[in-house]
Ligand binder design. Structure first.
Ligand SMILES: NC(=O)c1ccc[n+]([C@@H]2O[C@H](COP(=O)([O-])OP(=O)(O)OC[C@H]3O[C@@H](n4cnc5c(N)ncnc54)[C@H](O)[C@@H]3O)[C@@H](O)[C@H]2O)c1
Length: 462
């Protein structure tokens, strides 16, 4: 029997406690958390209880934990974007291999510094580019590498952030301010800027970008809209961003699942948005429905540690998520396009916007011998390939099990990281870290181009 790898968690928030750490509960033979650092008492205690961490191994911040001789082999760094560099560097220097949330850091020089620390300390640094581990993008890569499309000429890849996710994270929430958190192209699209070169097996040589914040501004506020949705908003019945509609009814969330899933899930998610009471009654005899009717995960856990009608309402009355989207202190873009030329001269565009009806990424790749189209959504994913000469059409269902974070990418990333720690393959991990850094440098280059209105050549970032 293998001995579990011992881990410490820095930041027991949504990503750390809710998305990665449950892997240890499902696979106790592989991973065991032995310490946690988290300032919020409720989160710290609840994590410690779930993972049976003794009180002397519970810390209010990462510094005292990382001052100790290493307590395990790996550290998961899951703090906010602007709080990555110091604990990540300290953890590697203390002897831990790290699983570091993306973005590596929100400043270009700090991203470079972290790679340097990984090299110096010979500690593995895995960035949480979860898309690489999904069945969807793995299949897409396999198809591209099989040569079925011939020479790749044009790629149109879109990160369609849904209107409600945009409002939640990038208008009301943690990633609303460029300086405090990250430029949105870094926060949201370092994944896409990682996956595109990985899929195509080649790098961009130049890029240009444009975009702005168009909609979520004071000047677009409906007449008479108060600072908070619950303060008698005159457009409560019609505004898509009305906070109780998003967080109490959760209709947009379930619509996003319905719009990208099939069969029973599609039917159930649609029904649930239209007739929640009937579905709650049905869940008494159909336990599968309870995944939906008893749902209390993200984004609700960002508002309150124990989501229920009362605690959510209170959060909407007092916290940031009840604010009118037109009266927030946001400045990140709500749409941006990055146009890239790759080594083989293929033209590749990445479009990111925050006004999608439902949450998904979509990809269209045109080659000399065929076309690939794909959609990666919260409820399911698919890829199709059409060959020019034969008109042969193939379809692939690349959906992961429902509820598995990022189309199955979250758990598969942890699994892969642990395997790499056991194998001790530092050189391979260093190559991965270099590629992760490159995706971040591309995002910084895109932001530079957007702000200055110029093409940026590879020499700027390479
Ligand atoms: N890989 C992905 O696809 C993906 C998806 C979403 C978010 N993220 C990234 O994950 C990171 C975490 O996001 P989140 O949504 O979990 O945020 P979160 O706010 O829910 O969690 C961060 C936690 O860090 C804690 N913290 C703050 N100061 C600390 C300190 N000094 N020591 C220890 N802990 C401290 C906070 O109290 C909080 O609980 C962000 O960088 C975010 O951009 C990645």
């Amino acid at each position: 029997m293998t001995k579990p790898i011992h881990a410490v968690l820095i930041g027991a928030g949504n990503r750390g406690a809710e998305n990665y750490a449950p892997y240890a509960l499902q696979h106790p033979e592989e991973l065991k958390f032995v310490a946690v650092a988290e300032p919020l008492e409720e989160r710290r205690k609840s994590f410690a209880e779930q993972h049976q961490i003794p009180v002397e191994m519970q810390f209010e911040s990462w510094e005292p934990l990382l001052e100790k001789p290493a307590l395990g082999e790996v550290a998961l760094i899951c703090t906010q974007d602007w709080q990555h560099t110091a604990p990540a560097a300290a953890a590697m220097r203390a002897g831990y291999h790290i699983l570091l949330e993306k973005p590596m850091a929100n400043k270009l020089e700090e991203c470079k510094l972290l790679l340097q620390v990984s090299q110096e300390t010979e500690r593995q640094m895995r960035i949480c580019h979860v898309l690489r581990y999904t069945p969807h993008f793995k299949k897409m890569r396999e198809l591209l590498q099989s040569g079925v499309l011939g020479q790749i000429v044009d790629v149109d890849h879109r990160e369609n952030v849904s209107f409600w996710h945009m409002a939640h994270s990038f208008v009301r929430g943690n990633w609303r301010n460029r300086e405090e958190s990250s430029p949105m192209i870094l926060a949201k699209c370092c994944h896409d800027l990682d996956i595109l070169p990985w899929l195509l097996g080649q790098k961009p040589v130049r890029l240009a970008s444009s975009g702005s914040l168009m909609h979520f501004k004071e000047e677009n506020a409906p007449a008479g809209a108060p600072p908070r949705c619950l303060d008698g908003c005159p457009v409560a019945e019609t505004c898509p961003y009305y906070a109780p509609h998003i967080y109490l009814e959760m209709a947009p969330f379930w619509n996003s699942i319905a719009d990208t899933s099939k069969g029973f899930t599609r039917w159930a998610a649609h029904q649930y948005t239209e007739n929640p009471e009937m579905m709650k009654a049905l869940s008494l005899v159909l336990p599968a429905l309870r995944q939906m009717t008893d749902y209390s995960g993200w984004p609700l856990t960002i508002l309150t540690h124990h989501p229920n009608r009362e605690s959510i309402t209170e959060a909407l009355q007092t916290g940031p998520y009840g604010r009118c989207v037109y009266h927030c202190d946001n400045d990140v873009v709500d749409h941006q396009v990055v146009m890239m030329e790759f080594e083989d001269h293929a033209s590749v565009t990445l479009t990111m916007h925050g006004h999608s009806h439902y949450e998904h990424r979509s990809t269209r790749i045109e080659g000399s011998h065929g076309r690939l189209m794909a959609e990666f959504g919260n409820g399911g994913s698919w890829i199709t390939v059409d060959e020019h000469r034969t008109d042969w059409h193939q379809e692939f269902d690349t959906s992961a099990e429902l509820g598995s974070g990022h189309g199955g990418g979250d758990f598969r990333l942890v699994e892969n990281f642990l395997a790499s720690i056991r194998a001790g393959t530092f050189e391979e991990s260093l190559q991965g870290a270099r590629e992760a850094l490159e995706s971040h440098l591309l995002a910084f280059a895109a932001e530079e181009s957007r702000l200055r209105g110029v093409f940026i050549e590879r020499t700027w970032w390479a």
